[in-house]
Design a protein around this ligand. Sequence first.
Ligand SMILES: [Mg+2]
Length: 188
Amino acid sequence: MKIAIDIDGVLLDIIVRYCEIYNKRYGTKYQKKDITNWEFFKDWNITEEKAFNIFYEIYADSMNVPFIDENAPKIMKKLHELYDVDIVSARLPEYRSSIVNKLNFHNVREGIQYTELILLHHKPYDIKLKQNYDLYIDDNPNLVEPMKQLKNRILLLYDQPWNQDSVCDKNVYRVYDWNEVYKEILEK
Ligand SMILES: [Mg+2]
């Protein structure tokens, strides 16, 4: 089985850092729980370009981004021993060394927790499904409905404020932490 693990929203809580930077710059008080929409910036009166510039800043310097679940590295190691595990992210390729350093810092290492780090563009929003993985661990609500059209593939939707409207049925399962990720995969 080939498994694709996302970074942002699954391993790293990028949106926490995003809110910190945004609030400082624009005098707002947003928190992670306020981000209930994938395109949250459309409600914030900034252009998509400005919104993404903050993401790029964080891609360039990820060290202040919180890690989501300290159990993830040991669970990824077990999964990597059993299956083909890649990390597949929409971070831009030019920030590869920054994210590799950050992942290494949290003991998520090539050859131990994963085989390959694959970086794709973030649009179209379901671009990851064009890659041939059997199982995806991802927080992106835009993957949910397209995934339901695909046979023999599974999405573990990592629970986040921005995917609460997604209906998880058929081949889509909601997971709340990395222990649940492991349990769900062993049951498949
Ligand atoms: Mg993500």
